[in-house]
Design a protein around this ligand. Structure first.
Ligand SMILES: [Zn+2]
Length: 468
């Protein structure tokens, strides 16, 4: 068989790897979108790197758009096979892919207006809501830890990777010329101890490992430290300064994790009695999916649910879906917490909240996730910067800007190596491919893998094809 690395190769976005077996079957491991600002990544997304109609199956590790976002585009270009994933991943994809189609329509409308003025050709979105609906019909849910025959000579097993609700390591067994070849693709690996997710579960032995490397050169803070930091910031901002605490957060995963931590603080009486707003329709809908799958969340959540049947809701928490209600928040001067998307401050309602409050010294903007260097979320963190432009207006930065790293959905290098060595006997792994990481993170991670006993480690560039 051959495996071709079509994305997330020496980079952290656009996960897409294509296996072609000797019998001619083609399996795509994830089908992720390149995510970036506006239309910058459009060309990379339009080039799938293969003939969509020739792909027999997609094996999807989790719902994040950088892993799932091009499935409707694959359908639009002729793919008619099955998409295998867990049931929670399917439900989250249904929301997230429709949301992505909506965002694309807005981006393209803005871009085409500009092109019109310049008398340049207009473009079409990669896909629309109809393509999403059609693609969703091909999703086939597969439970965790079930050895599922996807073809006569191919088995698939999903193991919980603890990275987000429904996330999995995909283990494939493929028979060629009487020999079984075992491939494990980690997708994204979660933290050893998450606030709400189960720890990554050991996956079956493999001969070939394809492993993520996002934080291949980083170590994270402890989970409990991050909870204490959050409570400290809430008290400092909302109680002592009577200000608003703004938390830009991804709608799916990070938001539910923060809400759950605040829910526990509410239950134990440590959360001040101030309103908490989750201002994002996608966050609300995604929370409904989390409520449906609470049995897949960790022991701590199960314990909480013995006395609190909704770990994502408490009396002072309000989910806002209506845009007018969101706008009203800007005119209120009560101390409160506002959690809203997007996490990097590139778009969404949070950008309006930040524009309205960044010049208020009583307010705090708390970053809880990764921000790409050019994003607004990263630029406001630059301590040398006094002014920032948002929606074309300059704002003096007077609010307190701070960061908590412990809410990351990715394990650090130590957690990843621990997970891999708990799962497999490294001596039996013939080759290891590291994907989904910036070059610097991958180069250091390769050393950590080597120290742990892995050999024949490659970090393939985009388009590289390897015969196994
Ligand atoms: Zn992910």
């Amino acid at each position: 068989m051959t495996i071709q690395f079509l994305g997330a190769a020496r980079e952290v976005t656009g996960s897409k790897h294509l296996i072609t077996t000797e019998s001619g079957k083609r399996i795509m491991l994830d089908c992720g979108m390149y995510q970036g600002k506006g239309m910058e990544t459009d060309a990379a997304n339009r080039d799938l790197g293969c003939d969509a109609a020739s792909v027999d199956f997609v094996v999807l590790t989790h719902a994040h758009i950088d892993h799932s976002g091009l499935i409707p585009y694959l359908w639009k270009n002729g793919f008619r096979g099955e998409v295998f994933c867990t049931s929670a991943t399917r439900d989250l994809c249904d929301l997230m892919l429709r949301d992505t189609a909506y965002i694309q329509a807005q981006d393209v409308r803005w871009y085409n207006k500009k092109m019109d003025r310049l008398h340049k050709p207009k473009i079409q979105p990669l896909y629309d809501e109809n393509h999403v609906a059609n693609a969703m019909r091909h999703f086939v849910p597969v439970p965790y830890n079930y050895r599922f025959r996807i073809a006569d000579d191919i088995f698939l097993t999903f193991t919980n990777s603890g990275h987000m609700l429904g996330s999995a390591v995909a283990s494939l067994e493929i028979q060629e010329q009487g020999e079984w070849k075992r491939i494990a693709y980690t997708g994204d690996i979660g933290r050893l101890q998450s606030h709400i997710l189960c720890s990554p579960q050991p996956f079956p032995q493999c001969d070939y490992l394809i492993c993520e490397s996002t934080y291949g050169n980083r170590l994270h803070e402890d989970r409990l430290v991050s909870e204490q930091q959050l409570l400290g910031i809430v008290n400092e901002t909302c109680v002592y300064k009577h200000g608003k605490l703004l938390i830009p957060s991804f709608s799916v995963g990070r938001t539910q994790e923060i809400v759950y931590v605040l829910n526990n603080m509410y239950n134990d009486g440590s959360l001040p009695r101030i309103p908490v707003y989750v201002d994002s329709p996608l966050s609300f809908n995604a929370t409904q999916v989390f409520r449906r799958y609470t049995d897949e969340l960790n022991e701590a959540v199960q314990d909480t649910m013995r006395y609190d049947d909704d770990p994502f809701g408490f009396n002072t928490l309000h989910y806002i879906t209506d845009i007018n209600e969101s706008k009203r928040l800007n005119h209120s001067d009560e101390p409160c917490i506002i959690i809203s998307a997007s996490g990097m401050l590139e778009a969404g309602r949070i950008k309006h909240h930040v524009a309205n409050h960044i010049s208020d010294p009583a307010c705090t903007i708390l970053i809880v996730g990764y921000c790409t260097p050019e994003s607004l979320g990263a630029r406001i963190q630059d301590p040398s910067r006094q002014w920032i432009s948002i929606f074309g207006f300059d704002h003096k930065i007077k609010a307190h800007i701070t960061k908590i790293e412990g809410f990351s959905g990715h394990g650090d290098w130590h957690e990843m190596i621990d997970y891999l060595t708990r799962s497999v006997d490294v001596k039996q792994v013939k080759r290891t491919f590291i994907v989904h990481g910036e070059a610097a993170a991958q180069d250091e991670y390769r050393d950590h893998l080597y120290m742990a006993g892995f050999r024949n480690i490659d970090a393939p560039t985009r388009g590289t094809s390897v015969y196994l």
